[in-house]
Design a protein around this ligand. Structure first.
Ligand code: TXA
Ligand code: MG
Length: 342
């Protein structure tokens, strides 16, 4: 199959949306931008199309996908909406928040992997909004990366992972946020934050003061324990290189790097630090600006493989507040390997 990439502009938007919609109606997959990361979209009401997502990504059959909507009528068609869900949705949609809700019968087991719940989000990116609304059906769309690999934040990343496997990729430029949506379950007694994102715990707490942080954010899963969000079971965001986090000061980071026998290794650090790093390095943003880190994190992880490194040492700082979403992705990329330095 040939894979076409189309750069979307205001001028060609209608034409491109029509093309994407036609493919989606025919059960094909389309790579599309959202404000978080690129998604690999299929008609959520077409079971065979949803199955194609799992096949193309190599996604484990027990990791459900997010359903994307463009308005509240679609929401009503697919999920039971309670009061807290509605309040969160009104505050943060359209935007980078996914809500886990009880599903309605229109949502198949192919989407939810037989769970009684469905994850739903209303993206704010104008291209994805236009595609969903023209398709007039919700779109199932996980991040557009091969399972286990860093998410795609450019159309080129999507092409690298799926060329020959999908017919169309819409290029909307680099992702505005670069980190996947915040996932919150609202089906239990209290809302639970399952995956941190750019909508932070503090922001959510303004609407849902009793929100809890899932343990799974910091801890490796114990085998046999029930899983709140199936995706957390699996290795994620990983380049081919082994990822090791080094937590502490810049001086401590440099001291640690100097103890290593320099082989095929590289480092990830913050802007302005590169000149002090004794091995090849890639910056993943301004140390004081989590938005710049979000935009660059996945590109930096993909770059590690372009350099052909077998190991990457990643400088990390504290693991709270705005940095939590970034730290969480890195922790998973490193399979929880963290070295603490002074
Ligand atoms: O920003 C995003 O959310 C992007 C863009 C494309 O919208 N999508 C994305 O999808 O990150 P994906 O499939 O890579 O991550 C979906 C996460 C997984 O961790 C999955 O386990 C969880 O949402 N999830 C999906 N359905 C769920 C459910 N019913 N209950 C709990 N977790 C669920
Ligand atoms: Mg993903």
């Amino acid at each position: 199959m040939e894979t076409e990439i189309i750069l979307v502009t205001e001028e060609n938007l209608d034409e491109v949306v029509q093309k994407a919609t036609k493919l989606l109606k025919n059960g094909e997959l389309v790579g599309m931008p959202t404000e978080t990361v690129y998604g690999l979209a299929a008609n959520a009401f077409d079971k065979d199309a949803v199955k194609k997502i799992y096949k193309a990504k190599g996604r484990p059959a027990d990791n459900p996908v997010i359903v994307h909507i463009s308005d509240f009528v679609m929401l009503r068609d697919i999920a039971e909406v309670n009061e807290i869900a509605l309040e969160l949705a009104k505050e943060f949609w359209p935007g980078p928040l996914t809500l886990v809700l009880n599903k309605k019968p229109s949502i198949s087991d192919e989407i939810t992997c037989s769970l009684p719940t469905v994850a739903v989000r209303m993206p704010s990116n104008y291209i994805s909004h236009a595609v969903i609304s023209a398709a007039d059906v919700p779109l199932a769309a996980p991040s557009a990366n091969l399972s286990g690999k860093p998410s795609s934040t450019t159309a080129k990343h999507v092409f690298d992972d799926f060329f020959g496997k999908i017919p169309l990729i819409l290029d909307g430029g680099p992702s505005e946020l670069g980190i996947e949506s915040t996932v919150v379950s609202v089906v239990g007694e209290k809302p639970v934050l399952l995956r941190p994102g750019m909508i932070t715990l503090e922001m959510l707490a303004t609407i849902a003061p009793d929100i809890q942080l899932s343990n799974s954010i910091f801890e490796e899963l114990e085998s046999g324990k029930p899983v709140e969000s199936p995706g957390i079971k699996y290795k994620h965001y990983s380049p081919n290189a082994e990822v090791i986090l080094v937590k502490g000061s810049l001086e401590g980071f440099i001291r640690h790097l100097k103890t290593l026998t320099h082989g095929n290794i590289c480092a990830m650090c913050f802007d302005t630090e590169q000149e002090k790093i004794p091995i090849p390095s890639i910056s993943y943003g301004d140390i004081n600006d989590h938005f710049s880190q979000g935009r660059r994190l996945f590109s930096a992880l993909r770059m590690v493989d372009k350099l052909g490194s077998s190991k990457v040492y990643v400088r990390v700082t504290e693991d709270e507040g705005d940095y939590l979403a970034i730290y969480n992705r890195l922790l998973r990329a490193a399979s929880f390997k963290v070295i603490e330095v002074e």
